[in-house]
Design a protein around this ligand. Structure first.
Ligand code: SF4
Ligand code: SF4
Length: 332
């Protein structure tokens, strides 16, 4: 019986793997504001470096794509260049032997299709459209665009109340998010290029555990407008909070006996302790929002009646109905 031998990657292979690993980190946390033409050129050049050279579409074609992209960047291209770039990429896409070739061509076709204006700006004005603002990646990925770098800086200065107040500028549920947010922000954290992302949600938790007892910001002068919010869950309470701070008089109608919606009735308390959820809700209500419980629109009161009584209606009735499996015995 022959002995089992496990091939050990040699030094060169180990180095290449390390280079790819750091490249992977860069891709993950890539800033959103880079010039799409420049990015496409660097991607094509990386694919060129991976080419085995076996088939002409890839061995020669990727070089052609790179030189045309370079012409666009250097202002040496015309609209005819873009047409040729598209034709060449399409033929490589259809004829290269493997994904290294046709994958690279596909990237150029997508970039040409989605960033046509940038390419044309380079040709007509020899400059980038720069339409992709250089947002901080974590803030760009946070659904609420919370000022992450700002509140982390305040935490570093031990200004926990101010940190929570800064979070509340864009998200009235700092505590709830500190416990349960799926922290997509960390996915784009640039620290990934070094080692691991910054524990952004963990730092938020630290701030809300230490601070957050500040009174709400002063509301804008009263507008005289009355707004009704139907549903006291995350969406309704968020709208109510900012509408009240804008000077409108807000009333929340809640069908159940407590506010919070899916955060209270859908997420188990071991993940989000109710008293911590109440920290956020108390702060939101301290702006002066009125709440009526046990009101079911369509049963107790109609939309027409609400339209007569209020200047605006915000409907946020939530997602309380479970998805049916349509199998026998499902409801028994
Ligand atoms: S497309 Fe694939 S097979 Fe063809 S040269 Fe590139 S890497 Fe080699
Ligand atoms: S933890 Fe969630 S809410 Fe907080 S910054 Fe990240 S994505 Fe935004």
């Amino acid at each position: 019986m022959s002995r089992l031998s496990l091939p050990v990657p040699n030094k060169a292979q180990r180095t290449v793997e390390l280079l790819y690993k750091s490249m992977e980190g860069r891709m993950h946390a890539g800033p959103s504001g880079s010039c799409p033409v420049d990015l496409s050129l660097s991607f094509v050049q990386m694919c060129q470096a991976q080419s085995c050279g076996k088939c002409v579409p890839c061995r020669i074609g990727l070089g052609q794509l790179a030189s045309m992209l370079d012409d666009v960047l250097n202002g040496d291209a015309t609209f005819a260049t873009l047409d040729l770039l598209e034709q060449t990429a399409r033929s490589i896409y259809l004829s290269a032997d493997c994904v290294i070739g046709y994958g690279a061509a596909k990237m150029v076709l997508r970039s040409l299709a989605d960033f046509r204006a940038d390419y044309e700006e380079h040709i007509t004005k020899q400059k980038c459209l720069a339409s992709l603002d250089e947002a901080i990646p974590c803030m760009a990925h946070c659904p609420a665009h919370v000022d992450i770098s700002g509140y982390i800086a305040l935490i570093a200065d031990k200004k926990y109340d101010a940190a929570v107040q800064l979070i509340r500028k864009d998200n009235p549920f700092p505590t709830a998010c500190a416990f349960i947010c799926n922290h997509v922000c960390e996915k784009a954290c640039r620290r990934t290029m070094v080692d691991e992302p910054v524990n952004i949600r963990g730092l938020k938790r630290y701030a809300v555990d230490k601070g957050g007892k500040l009174p709400p910001p002063v509301a804008a002068p009263a507008t005289g407008k009355k707004v009704v919010v139907v549903g006291g869950g995350p969406s309704g309470l968020t709208a109510a909070y900012y509408l009240q701070l804008m000077g409108h008089s807000v009333t929340v109608l809640e069908r159940l006996h407590d506010l919070g919606g899916m955060m209270r009735y859908g997420i188990p308390s071991y993940r989000l302790p109710r008293e911590r959820l109440d920290d956020d809700i108390k702060h939101i209500l301290s702006t002066g929002i009125k709440v009526k419980y046990g009101i079911s629109v369509g049963k107790g009161i109609t939309l027409q009646q609400l339209r007569k009584k209020y200047d605006a209606i915000y409907l946020s009735i939530g997602a309380h109905t479970y998805k049916k499996l349509n199998i026998n015995g499902e409801t028994s």
